[in-house]
Design a protein around this ligand. Sequence first.
Ligand SMILES: Cc1cc2nc3c(=O)[nH]c(=O)nc-3n(C[C@H](O)[C@H](O)[C@H](O)COP(=O)(O)OP(=O)(O)OC[C@H]3O[C@@H](n4cnc5c(N)ncnc54)[C@H](O)[C@@H]3O)c2cc1C
Length: 170
Amino acid sequence: MENTFDAIVVGSGISGGWAAKELCEKGLKTLVLERGRSVVHNKDYPTATLRPWEVPHRGRLTQEFLKENPLISKAAGFGEETKHFFIQDKDHPYVQEKPFDWIRGYQVGGKSLTWGRATQRWSKHEFKAPELQGYGMNWPIGYEDVAPWYSHVENFIGVCGTRDRDRGDA
Ligand SMILES: Cc1cc2nc3c(=O)[nH]c(=O)nc-3n(C[C@H](O)[C@H](O)[C@H](O)COP(=O)(O)OP(=O)(O)OC[C@H]3O[C@@H](n4cnc5c(N)ncnc54)[C@H](O)[C@@H]3O)c2cc1C
Protein backbone atom coordinates (compact mmCIF):
# COMPACT_ATOMS: atom_id res chain seq x y z
CA MET A 1 0.00 0.00 0.00
CA GLU A 2 2.99 2.28 0.46
CA ASN A 3 3.97 1.97 -3.19
CA THR A 4 2.27 4.35 -5.54
CA PHE A 5 2.77 4.79 -9.27
CA ASP A 6 1.71 7.30 -11.87
CA ALA A 7 1.15 4.51 -14.38
CA ILE A 8 0.95 0.73 -14.31
CA VAL A 9 1.57 -1.17 -17.52
CA VAL A 10 0.42 -4.78 -17.77
CA GLY A 11 2.62 -6.83 -20.10
CA SER A 12 6.13 -6.08 -21.34
CA GLY A 13 5.75 -6.92 -25.04
CA ILE A 14 6.20 -4.42 -27.83
CA SER A 15 3.02 -2.56 -26.80
CA GLY A 16 3.60 -2.50 -23.05
CA GLY A 17 7.35 -2.16 -23.31
CA TRP A 18 7.03 0.83 -25.59
CA ALA A 19 4.31 2.42 -23.45
CA ALA A 20 6.52 2.06 -20.37
CA LYS A 21 9.49 3.59 -22.19
CA GLU A 22 7.45 6.63 -23.24
CA LEU A 23 5.93 7.06 -19.78
CA CYS A 24 9.33 6.87 -18.07
CA GLU A 25 10.83 9.35 -20.51
CA LYS A 26 7.99 11.75 -19.68
CA GLY A 27 8.93 11.46 -16.01
CA LEU A 28 6.09 9.23 -14.80
CA LYS A 29 6.85 6.72 -12.09
CA THR A 30 5.91 3.55 -13.96
CA LEU A 31 5.41 -0.05 -12.89
CA VAL A 32 5.49 -2.85 -15.45
CA LEU A 33 3.77 -6.09 -14.47
CA GLU A 34 4.80 -9.13 -16.50
CA ARG A 35 3.38 -12.60 -15.95
CA GLY A 36 6.22 -14.40 -17.70
CA ARG A 37 9.75 -15.26 -16.78
CA SER A 38 12.72 -12.99 -17.06
CA VAL A 39 14.93 -13.58 -20.10
CA VAL A 40 18.59 -12.74 -19.59
CA HIS A 41 20.34 -11.67 -22.77
CA ASN A 42 22.55 -14.49 -24.15
CA LYS A 43 22.23 -16.74 -21.08
CA ASP A 44 18.59 -17.57 -21.86
CA TYR A 45 19.10 -18.20 -25.59
CA PRO A 46 19.93 -21.90 -25.24
CA THR A 47 19.74 -22.74 -28.94
CA ALA A 48 21.06 -19.55 -30.53
CA THR A 49 24.48 -20.94 -31.38
CA LEU A 50 23.46 -24.54 -32.07
CA ARG A 51 23.71 -26.01 -35.56
CA PRO A 52 20.75 -27.98 -36.94
CA TRP A 53 22.36 -31.34 -36.19
CA GLU A 54 22.95 -30.31 -32.58
CA VAL A 55 19.23 -30.18 -31.69
CA PRO A 56 17.54 -33.56 -31.16
CA HIS A 57 15.37 -33.59 -34.32
CA ARG A 58 17.27 -31.11 -36.51
CA GLY A 59 14.64 -28.46 -35.73
CA ARG A 60 11.68 -30.63 -36.74
CA LEU A 61 8.76 -31.34 -34.41
CA THR A 62 7.87 -34.91 -33.48
CA GLN A 63 4.49 -36.42 -34.40
CA GLU A 64 3.70 -36.68 -30.70
CA PHE A 65 4.41 -32.97 -30.19
CA LEU A 66 2.33 -32.01 -33.25
CA LYS A 67 -0.60 -34.04 -31.97
CA GLU A 68 -0.46 -32.32 -28.58
CA ASN A 69 0.05 -28.83 -30.05
CA PRO A 70 -1.94 -28.51 -33.29
CA LEU A 71 -2.37 -24.72 -33.07
CA ILE A 72 0.96 -23.36 -31.96
CA SER A 73 2.75 -25.74 -34.35
CA LYS A 74 1.29 -23.75 -37.26
CA ALA A 75 2.96 -20.50 -36.18
CA ALA A 76 5.65 -19.12 -38.44
CA GLY A 77 8.97 -19.26 -36.66
CA PHE A 78 7.87 -22.02 -34.32
CA GLY A 79 10.18 -25.00 -34.24
CA GLU A 80 12.20 -27.25 -32.04
CA GLU A 81 14.84 -24.59 -31.51
CA THR A 82 12.41 -21.74 -30.74
CA LYS A 83 9.56 -23.43 -28.85
CA HIS A 84 10.80 -22.28 -25.44
CA PHE A 85 9.65 -18.76 -26.33
CA PHE A 86 6.07 -19.82 -27.22
CA ILE A 87 3.16 -20.99 -25.07
CA GLN A 88 2.22 -24.49 -26.08
CA ASP A 89 -1.38 -25.66 -26.52
CA LYS A 90 -1.13 -28.23 -23.76
CA ASP A 91 0.05 -25.59 -21.24
CA HIS A 92 -2.62 -23.01 -22.00
CA PRO A 93 -5.40 -24.57 -24.08
CA TYR A 94 -7.05 -22.44 -26.71
CA VAL A 95 -10.77 -21.96 -26.06
CA GLN A 96 -12.28 -20.60 -29.26
CA GLU A 97 -15.74 -20.55 -30.80
CA LYS A 98 -14.42 -19.44 -34.14
CA PRO A 99 -10.95 -20.23 -35.46
CA PHE A 100 -8.49 -17.70 -34.09
CA ASP A 101 -4.85 -18.61 -33.79
CA TRP A 102 -3.58 -16.62 -30.84
CA ILE A 103 0.16 -17.00 -30.58
CA ARG A 104 1.42 -16.27 -27.08
CA GLY A 105 4.83 -15.90 -25.49
CA TYR A 106 4.97 -15.36 -21.76
CA GLN A 107 8.31 -13.75 -21.01
CA VAL A 108 9.80 -10.32 -20.51
CA GLY A 109 9.63 -8.81 -23.97
CA GLY A 110 6.67 -11.01 -24.99
CA LYS A 111 6.68 -11.72 -28.72
CA SER A 112 9.37 -9.15 -29.42
CA LEU A 113 11.67 -12.16 -28.92
CA THR A 114 10.06 -14.12 -31.72
CA TRP A 115 8.65 -11.68 -34.27
CA GLY A 116 9.98 -11.54 -37.82
CA ARG A 117 11.13 -7.87 -37.76
CA ALA A 118 9.08 -6.88 -40.82
CA THR A 119 8.01 -3.31 -40.04
CA GLN A 120 5.66 -2.07 -42.73
CA ARG A 121 3.40 0.92 -42.29
CA TRP A 122 -0.30 0.73 -43.01
CA SER A 123 -1.29 2.88 -45.98
CA LYS A 124 -4.11 5.43 -45.81
CA HIS A 125 -6.36 2.92 -47.61
CA GLU A 126 -5.98 0.30 -44.90
CA PHE A 127 -7.41 2.63 -42.25
CA LYS A 128 -10.52 2.90 -44.45
CA ALA A 129 -10.64 -0.73 -45.59
CA PRO A 130 -13.96 -1.55 -43.81
CA GLU A 131 -15.76 1.19 -45.77
CA LEU A 132 -13.98 0.42 -49.03
CA GLN A 133 -14.71 -3.29 -48.77
CA GLY A 134 -18.05 -3.04 -46.97
CA TYR A 135 -17.47 -5.11 -43.86
CA GLY A 136 -17.64 -2.70 -40.90
CA MET A 137 -16.58 0.58 -39.35
CA ASN A 138 -13.49 2.49 -40.32
CA TRP A 139 -10.76 3.16 -37.82
CA PRO A 140 -11.45 6.43 -35.94
CA ILE A 141 -7.95 7.60 -36.91
CA GLY A 142 -6.25 7.89 -40.27
CA TYR A 143 -2.79 7.53 -41.71
CA GLU A 144 -2.01 11.21 -41.14
CA ASP A 145 -2.67 10.84 -37.41
CA VAL A 146 -0.37 7.88 -37.07
CA ALA A 147 2.44 8.84 -39.48
CA PRO A 148 4.44 10.93 -36.96
CA TRP A 149 4.31 8.04 -34.48
CA TYR A 150 5.49 5.58 -37.14
CA SER A 151 8.49 7.88 -37.64
CA HIS A 152 9.06 8.20 -33.90
CA VAL A 153 9.25 4.42 -33.46
CA GLU A 154 11.17 3.77 -36.68
CA ASN A 155 13.86 6.27 -35.76
CA PHE A 156 14.32 4.71 -32.33
CA ILE A 157 14.47 1.07 -33.42
CA GLY A 158 16.41 1.77 -36.61
CA VAL A 159 14.04 0.70 -39.37
CA CYS A 160 15.55 0.95 -42.82
CA GLY A 161 14.52 -0.24 -46.24
CA THR A 162 13.54 0.72 -49.75
CA ARG A 163 11.05 3.48 -50.24
CA ASP A 164 9.07 1.70 -52.96
CA ARG A 165 6.29 4.24 -53.38
CA ASP A 166 5.07 7.36 -51.64
CA ARG A 167 4.00 6.07 -48.21
CA GLY A 168 0.66 7.86 -48.09
CA ASP A 169 -0.48 6.57 -51.47
CA ALA A 170 1.02 3.09 -51.58
C1 LIG B 1 6.37 -15.81 -34.99
C2 LIG B 1 5.82 -14.40 -35.13
C3 LIG B 1 6.32 -13.56 -36.11
C4 LIG B 1 5.83 -12.25 -36.22
N1 LIG B 1 6.38 -11.42 -37.14
C5 LIG B 1 5.96 -10.14 -37.24
C6 LIG B 1 6.56 -9.24 -38.17
O1 LIG B 1 7.48 -9.59 -38.89
N2 LIG B 1 6.08 -7.96 -38.22
C7 LIG B 1 5.06 -7.52 -37.42
O2 LIG B 1 4.69 -6.35 -37.51
N3 LIG B 1 4.49 -8.37 -36.51
C8 LIG B 1 4.92 -9.64 -36.41
N4 LIG B 1 4.34 -10.49 -35.50
C9 LIG B 1 3.31 -9.95 -34.63
C10 LIG B 1 3.97 -9.15 -33.50
O3 LIG B 1 5.07 -9.86 -32.99
C11 LIG B 1 2.94 -8.91 -32.39
O4 LIG B 1 1.79 -8.26 -32.93
C12 LIG B 1 3.50 -8.05 -31.27
O5 LIG B 1 4.76 -8.52 -30.82
C13 LIG B 1 2.50 -8.03 -30.13
O6 LIG B 1 3.00 -7.21 -29.11
P1 LIG B 1 2.16 -7.01 -27.81
O7 LIG B 1 2.99 -6.21 -26.87
O8 LIG B 1 0.81 -6.46 -28.18
O9 LIG B 1 1.86 -8.47 -27.25
P2 LIG B 1 2.90 -9.58 -26.63
O10 LIG B 1 4.25 -9.48 -27.23
O11 LIG B 1 2.14 -10.85 -26.72
O12 LIG B 1 3.05 -9.10 -25.15
C14 LIG B 1 2.09 -9.34 -24.18
C15 LIG B 1 2.85 -9.49 -22.85
O13 LIG B 1 1.89 -9.50 -21.80
C16 LIG B 1 2.22 -10.51 -20.88
N5 LIG B 1 0.98 -10.85 -20.20
C17 LIG B 1 -0.09 -11.50 -20.69
N6 LIG B 1 -1.04 -11.59 -19.77
C18 LIG B 1 -0.57 -10.97 -18.66
C19 LIG B 1 -1.10 -10.73 -17.37
N7 LIG B 1 -2.32 -11.16 -17.02
N8 LIG B 1 -0.33 -10.05 -16.47
C20 LIG B 1 0.92 -9.63 -16.79
N9 LIG B 1 1.48 -9.83 -18.02
C21 LIG B 1 0.73 -10.49 -18.92
C22 LIG B 1 2.80 -11.61 -21.73
O14 LIG B 1 3.60 -12.49 -20.98
C23 LIG B 1 3.63 -10.80 -22.75
O15 LIG B 1 4.93 -10.54 -22.30
C24 LIG B 1 4.81 -11.80 -35.35
C25 LIG B 1 4.30 -12.66 -34.37
C26 LIG B 1 4.80 -13.94 -34.26
C27 LIG B 1 4.28 -14.83 -33.14
